[in-house]
Write a protein of this length. Sequence first.
Length: 431
Amino acid sequence: MFNKDGSRKTAAILITGVLTGLLFGFLLPWGWLFMSPSAEHGHEGIDDLPESWACPMLCVVLDHPGTCPVCGMELEAFISTGDEIVLSRHDQAMLDLTIGEAAVRDLTTRFTAPGLIEFDGSGLYSVTAWTGGRIERLYVDYQGERISSGAAVADIYSPELYAAKQELLVLSQAESTLNGHGMILAAEKLRLLGTPEYVIRQIIDRGEVRDESTVISPASGTVTAINVREGEYVSTGHTLLELADIGTVWLTVYLTEDQSGLVDAGQELEFSIDSQPDKVFSATVDAVDPFLDQPGGASEARVILENTSGEFLPGQSAAATFINGEQPGTVLSVPRGSVLSLGLRSIVYVMTGPTIYEAGDDGSLRIEEARFEPREVTVGAHATDSRGEVFIPVYAGLSEGDIVALKGAFLIDSQAELLGLPSLFNGETAE
């Protein structure tokens, strides 16, 4: 139970608080408590623009208040800016917006990328041990040596293989008593251990068994690595030698992220190698990697080269030049990232003018509000300037000096699409 004195004290405190609040509300400037639409948007004259009502979920935009006929949410008032997308400084930061200029540039569709002569991946072979044992003799002397298919690579003493040979010898001599089935199984066991057919026939026909077994080469090629020495013990599957067929080699060209979109399979190129800089070779791109080796990294274009004469040596450096259509010459162009394309239709978002600037202490100006509208353009093939930067020639839709959105252009277009404004999908853009 509260006493009367406590109740009176509480009531006095509440009345005093209310009166104090009203007094401060009367004395403080109106703008400190409530922000008008013009102040909120940062420019005058906005009250003269038409007011519309939009669903918070962007279902509809209507010219009167009420509820959304789609989702039932209460419509919110906003000031229409026509076909323009208005970005506050906060919006620009969220989009990580960057801008570029439509300018006349001297461009070329030729660009050069570094390359490297490499082994043909389909012509690489490994000579392995079919069973464990000791290397008694190695028949290959050095890297770069040429060996033929079926040539002896090494002699290996393997207790397991020697026992299997003895088993075949015994069974072959007792063929009449076992009806030949044991000999057939013993011969198959030797085949699974990598024993050549002629060795199996020697055991059966001559009754001879060697202590060592010979490892033969499965293919012809050039020795690129020797991984064992005489007297060394190896286990099953150990790689003894590595071979490569250099009758065909690859030219691998390393493309930057900008260049990767300019090269396709079937495209012609010219290249030279550092050892013969004055000689130019012609070739065709066989494949282009559909990915980068890392974000912002390189993509690889592969060219298959016939090398029967041995003119190309794996490890040689090369320079490849691509020609991407006709030479554009001196032409109006925009940076590559500013153009959004859908089929044959392309648009850019042109800055119609920052309406508000804020001066910094150092005298610099910061854009507080920027406005963009979509502009349909006619563009040409990608081209590069003397520094290798990629640009897109523009033949209609822009003027020299126009400022366009670069990074963030796609998100601007997405916002326009959600608001029902002209966009890449909605063809009612300015021309």
